[in-house]
Design a protein around this ligand. Structure first.
Ligand SMILES: [Zn+2]
Length: 328
């Protein structure tokens, strides 16, 4: 990898790539001057079309990066990627990916980007990148520690300590969706396990409950999260019950995790955060039912960066990797 020996001089840009099962998002993250909030621009997005296999997805990442470099008006100092799957913290390769990304396991993402673009490159897990973005420039700035909870189709998480993501020995730390939940009663989980928190707290779980289905069943796409939230506001009792159940179940799980970690605050992100005040109230009630007394004043706040969080986090990870290379 090209290894700069001194910090980049402002202004400069990082190409950020955020790769999930649905889309490959890219942007230029520009650092105008020291200490100033980075600017996210030139957003690009192509469908992941993951069924084509990991090699094709990686080819598309290279192409999106080329396109962004061509549009940059400041020097591009490297590529910061974040991807679905468990990412090896040392190499930026994919240590493990599930069936949503076939052929993704083993892909040397960071090395390939470096080889193709002749720039330093890094890669980290997408949930970890989201958390790092919020920790450096969003809702978790300045916090001693923070538990990030991302509630969308699934349930993901990350623990931030002193502004750094705790990635774990294998890069797999933070899989809060795959912890035991007493309300999950042997429900089969997307990971292959069962009785996991994701099956009762995620957006998918909420929709399944409203539609009278079990987690993992085929769902009616015309009546998903936003529509259920709208119906709850108009007094639809089944919608209210589903939202309150999912919110309370999540709150209980968050309380349990806080009993282990004692974070300064919990930061919520993901589409389900928009499920409305009933969901939020149920979450607080669930939290208080499980959190130990000394933790009962733990602040539960919302993320500030939205979909820009992983892009900024991926850029920050690249800057960290350049700084650590320069020190060696
Ligand atoms: Zn699971």
């Amino acid at each position: 990898m090209p290894s700069p020996t001194q910090p980049p001089s402002h202004p400069f840009s990082v190409v950020a790539l955020d790769v999930g099962g649905t889309k490959i998002a890219g942007a230029l993250v520009t650092y105008p001057r020291k200490g100033a909030h980075p600017d996210v621009s030139h957003l690009a997005s192509v469908p992941t079309d993951a069924a084509r296999g990991g090699a094709a997805v990686l080819d598309d990442m290279v192409e999106v990066a080329h396109g962004l470099i061509a549009q940059a008006t400041h020097p591009v100092i490297g590529i910061g990627a974040d991807t679905a799957g468990v990412v090896d913290p040392e190499t930026g390769s994919i240590a493990y990916a599930n069936q949503i990304m076939p052929g993704w396991t083993g892909r040397p993402v960071a090395r390939r980007l470096t080889d193709e673009l002749d720039l330093p490159a890094s890669n980290m897990g997408d949930v970890h990148a989201h958390a790092l973005g919020e920790a450096r420039w969003g809702a978790a700035v300045g916090l001693h520690s923070c538990l990030m909870v991302g509630i969308g189709t699934g349930l993901g998480g990350a623990f931030i300590l002193d502004g750094k993501v705790v990635r774990g020995f294998r890069g797999a730390a933070g899989h809060i969706g795959h912890t035991l939940h007493h309300l999950a009663n042997d429900l089969p989980c997307a990971c292959g396990g069962s009785s996991h928190a994701e099956t009762v707290t995620s957006g998918t779980a909420l929709c399944a409950r409203y539609q009278g289905r079990r987690f993992g069943d085929e769902l009616d796409p015309s009546c998903m999260g936003a529509e259920i939230a709208r119906r709850a506001e108009t007094g639809d009792q089944r919608a209210i019950e589903a939202i309150e159940f999912a919110g309370n179940a999540l709150g209980q799980a968050v309380g349990s995790w806080c009993n282990i970690l004692d974070p300064e605050a919990v930061v919520l992100s993901g589409s389900v955060v928009n499920a409305g005040p009933r969901w939020r109230y149920a979450l607080e009630q669930g939290f208080q039912s499980q959190a130990l007394t000394p933790l009962s004043d733990t602040r539960i706040i919302e993320g500030a960066l939205g979909s820009r969080a992983p892009l900024i986090g991926a850029a920050e990870n690249l800057l960290d990797s350049i700084a650590s290379t320069a020190k060696e």
